[in-house]
Structure formats: C-alpha cells, structure tokens
Design a protein around this ligand. Structure first.
Ligand code: HEM
Length: 506
C-alpha cells in the first residue's frame, strides 16, 4: 500500500510538468501561431478549458464586450468558444448588410428547428414543415409561415384590422374600474397603488392574445396571462437548456400554455372566427400538411410567446423613465394632449408624430434591448476581410452596437430621453438594431410601436400618476436596473424588481 502512494506521488511532478507543457503548447498554437498562418480566419478570444462557459452564463454581453476590447475594439469579426461551440461574433455595423444578405450561406433554419423541438413539436412534424411546400407557394411551410407573419404585421397588409381590434381591447383595459387585483397592491379613497410591471402585462398580453387568437383563448384558459408571466419570467432557463429537474417552473408553464393551445385548436372553427388572419392561414397550412393537433398546439406556443414577450417590457421601461422624471412626464403629457383630444380613432397616427414620445420609445429600444441575430454558416462566407468557416455559428449581438460612443455619443451609458430627438438620423443608423435584421427582421415592429404608444398615451391622459414612496435613502424608489446578464431575444427585464405607482383618476 505504502509503495503505491510513494509511486503515485513520485509520478505527480512529471504529470504536472507534462500537463503544463501540453497546455502552453496548445495555447501558443491556437491563439498565436494558427492566427498567423490563417490571417483570414476570425481570431479566437483566448480561453481556458472548457471555454468561456461560466463567463457566458454569468454575463453574455460582458463576455462579448471583453472579447471586442481584447482585439483593440477594431470591430473586426472574432470568435469565442462557448461550451465547445465556436461562435463568430459580428460587432461592426458595416458588416451587418453582408450578414443579413448572405441567405444562401448563412441560415436560420437550424435555430428554428431547435426552437420547434424545444416547444415540443415532434421530429416528424418538423421534417414535414421543412420539406412540404405550402399551398400555392414556392416555399416550404416554415418559410411560407414567415411570409404570412410579414403579411399580417406589415403596414399595407392585414395590420390595420388587427390593430383596430387591439386598440378597442387596450382602451377597455386602461380604465379605473378595469384595474385588476393582479395589478392593484392597495386601494385608498381616491388612489390605487399598483405594480407597474403587472399593469403593463395586463394592458398588452390579454388584448393582443385575444385579438390574434380570438376571445375564446381566455375561455379555454382564463389564467393564460398569469401562466405566461410565470413562463416569461423564467424563459431564460429554457433558452440556456437547463434541465427540467432544475427548472420545473418554466417547463410546467410552457406545458400549461401548450395544453391551452390544444384545447383551443380542437374547438370547432366557428368559435374561433374572430381570430386574426395569420392564425387561420397557419392552421389551414398545418392541417393541410397532415400535422397532428398535438404538434399544432406545440407550434402555436411559439407565436403566442413572440407576440407577447417583448412589448410589455418595453412599455414598462418607457413608463418608468417617464414617471421617474417629473419634467419629462409633464412634457409628454403636454405633447400628447392634442392627439388624445381627437379621440381613439386615428390616435396611433397622431402619436407616431409626437417626437418626444417617439424619442423615449426609441431610447428604450437602444438602452433596454438585447437582440441577437443568429445564423449557422453552411458554406464559407466572407465578411469584411475575414472568412466565416462552414460549420460555425455567427451572431450579431446588438448591445455591442447600441453602446458605441462613436455613434451614440459619449453618454452612451446614460438613458437620454432626447438622444433620438436631437439626432433624427440615429433611428436609421445600422448601429440601431433592436429588431434584428435580414430575413428574421422582427415583422411586429410597427405593431409594437403602435400598441406601446397607445398604452402610454391612455395611461398618462386618464390617470394622475406619481411614483410611490420607497426605501432608498431619500425615501423614494430606486430606479430599476436592467438585467443584462442573460442572453435575450428582445427587451430585457428589470433585475428582480418592479416600480410601484400611485394612480389617481382624473
Ligand atoms: C418592442 C417590442 C419588440 C421587440 C424589441 C422585438 C424584437 C424582435 C427580435 C430581436 C426578433 C428576432 C430578430 C432576428 O433574429 O434577427 C424578433 C422576431 C420576431 N418578432 Fe418581434 N419584437 C417586438 C415585438 C413584436 C410584436 C408585438 C410582434 C407581433 C405581434 C412580434 C413578432 C415577431 C415575430 C413573428 C418574429 C419572428 C420573425 C422570424 O423569425 O421570421 N414582435 N422580434
């Protein structure tokens, strides 16, 4: 026994030396010699085994920023390895047009397939959706589905009809009598103290979901908003593929929404007549291709999440920034007064011409979103003077663009409600990409703006609002911090926090 110990410890120093030599050789080869031999390959951000996983999990944006700065902030494409996967990172706005246009070599299909599977769509149904041609189209059902979303949500298509329905529902929600027990924390004689996050959720999720899926969706599941909130608060766990055992909240909520979708899809068609055009056309295509109702329910979970996941958080930030700044609040109230006085009909068109309000909305999109365009490289693709190699992934994390002082000014780390007001060109800049771009450019961007501006105008014009007292040193509430740690696909939530407001009926 003693002999084994002595022999083992005797071997230890040579084992350690061998490991160190191997590691140093690997590092010198990977991060010094190889880049010199293949200068067209994006350089790798140095990492220790197993490769940036914990840095990415803790703060994905911080990792991209450190890597960008490591390469001298030249914004030349570089690569980070995360959990064994080499990922090319694009941070130069000049490279975005090539990224968006190279559709034959950079594809989004892998991401969608993985997303469908996460939703619970069976592999057979995924196969059909990628191989069967949509009726009267030259595209498969998945790609035709993306076109249907554009037709539904773009101006000139079916957008105005959908928005008209959403507008009536939002109008009903933003009334003194409609404030629900989920939103109201306490009631006094003439005031109500509310949770702003819950209120924003209430103003948008049910109105938009019923306008898209029809009123019956809340009859099959009256708790749909509540379940969705539970899902959305924890959805990062699903994005990071944390197993169900450690994240039952998100998977249980997803299953409940899926079950509601199944009950919905099984209802006779007549009960769902008030659903939007997109739901009918998608259902028609899926049924026509022989997709089962189970798979259809899983599939419809996706659009339900996309139409609801971002807008209420954007509304939360617009209102928080406005109400924490009394001068800004007064200026917005004054600006929107003539538009509101003209009545609900045509209000959205008038609000879109309120420059201060629009500038706040845009600054929230800059400051509070973390969109990432993701593609798989299926053939070598030249971007700038680098070649992205087949088999890798490429991402364009827009927060790396939104905080560029060369474009947005030296105060990029501050929320400046007048930034987009002072410089009208910023919203057209390639460095401002809250909705991504290319084939996946968010088709809901027009609707998002309409519904958010409408909610802001109705809330400000119908209630006197003040921020409730809080517990910071001066007895006020501390402004909520944006949660930048997790990789998100849109608007970031506040770090475990909320804003309490006191509403008074006007
Ligand atoms: C402020 C609110 C919103 C933000 C910041 C936002 C952002 C985004 C982003 C970043 C993407 C992915 C882009 C990419 O991969 O390049 C996306 C996709 C999408 N968004 Fe939005 N979105 C918002 C609101 C909406 C709304 C209200 C709807 C619909 C009613 C919507 C519908 C969609 C759809 C259907 C897609 C998928 C497009 C595709 O993969 O082809 N979005 N959105």
């Amino acid at each position: 026994m003693a002999g084994i110990w002595t022999e083992s410890f005797g071997l230890m120093p040579s084992f350690v030396v061998l490991s160190v030599v191997t590691w140093v050789t690997w590092r010198v080869w990977k991060f010094t010699l190889k880049p010199m031999l293949s200068p067209e390959d994006p350089k790798d951000y140095p990492y220790f085994v197993p490769g940036n996983a914990s840095a990415f999990m803790k703060d994905s944006q911080g990792l991209f920023q450190r890597a960008r700065e490591y390469f001298g902030n030249t914004r030349v494409p570089f690569a980070v390895t995360i959990m064994g996967q080499r990922i090319h990172v694009i941070t130069d706005p000049k490279d975005l047009p090539t990224l968006y246009k190279s559709t034959s070599t950079l594809t989004f299909d892998g991401f969608i397939k993985a997303f469908f599977q996460k939703e619970g769509v069976s592999p057979e149904a995924v196969h059909i959706m990628f191989t069967k041609q949509a009726k009267g189209q030259r595209k498969n059902i998945t790609h035709a589905g993306e076109d249907f979303f554009k037709q539904q949500l773009q101006p000139g298509g079916h957008l105005q009809r959908l928005f008209a329905s959403i507008q009536v529902k939002i109008d009903e929600c933003i009334k003194w009598e409609s404030l629900s027990s989920g939103t109201v924390i306490s009631t006094m004689e003439s005031t109500k103290t509310i949770s702003l996050l819950a209120f924003c959720h209430e103003c948008l999720v049910k109105p938009v979901s019923t306008a898209v899926f029809g009123n019956v969706i809340y009859e099959v599941e009256p708790r749909l908003s509540e379940i969705f909130r539970k899902f959305d608060d924890n959805s990062w766990k699903m994005n990071y593929e944390i197993p169900r055992l450690f994240a039952p909240d998100v998977y249980d909520a997803k299953d409940e929404i899926r079950a509601a979708m199944l009950r919905y899809i099984k209802l006779p068609h007549e009960t769902r007549r008030d659903a939007a055009w997109i739901v009918h056309i998608l259902e028609d295509e899926l049924r026509g291709a022989g997709i089962s109702e189970d798979d259809m329910a899983s599939f419809f979970f996706g659009p339900f999440w996309t139409i609801n996941g971002n807008a209420y958080k954007n509304l939360f930030w617009v209102l928080s920034h406005t109400f924490f700044d009394p001068k800004l609040h007064a200026a917005v109230r004054e600006e929107i007064e003539p538009a509101v006085a003209a009545g609900l009909e045509g209000l959205d068109g008038r609000l879109e011409k309120c420059p201060r309000l629009v500038a706040i909305y845009e600054e929230v999109l800059r400051f509070n979103t973390s969109s990432v365009t993701v593609r798989d490289v299926i053939a070598d693709t030249k971007i700038g003077n680098k070649i992205l190699r087949k088999g890798a992934k490429v991402v364009a994390p827009t927060r790396q663009l939104h905080f560029d002082p060369a474009v947005f000014g030296r105060n990029v780390d501050d929320f400046d409600p007048e930034r987009f007001l002072k410089n009208k060109e910023l919203s057209k800049s390639n460095s401002f990409r809250p909705f991504g771009g290319g084939i996946t450019h968010c088709p809901g961007r027009w609707l998002a703006m309409k519904e958010i501006l409408l909610c802001v105008a109705l809330i400000i014009s119908r209630f006197d609002v003040e921020v409730a007292a809080g517990q910071n040193n001066s007895g006020g509430q501390t402004f909520p911090k944006v949660d930048t740690a997790m990789l998100a696909l849109g608007v970031l939530p506040p770090v475990k926090g909320d804003v309490n407001l006191i509403l008074r009926r006007k």
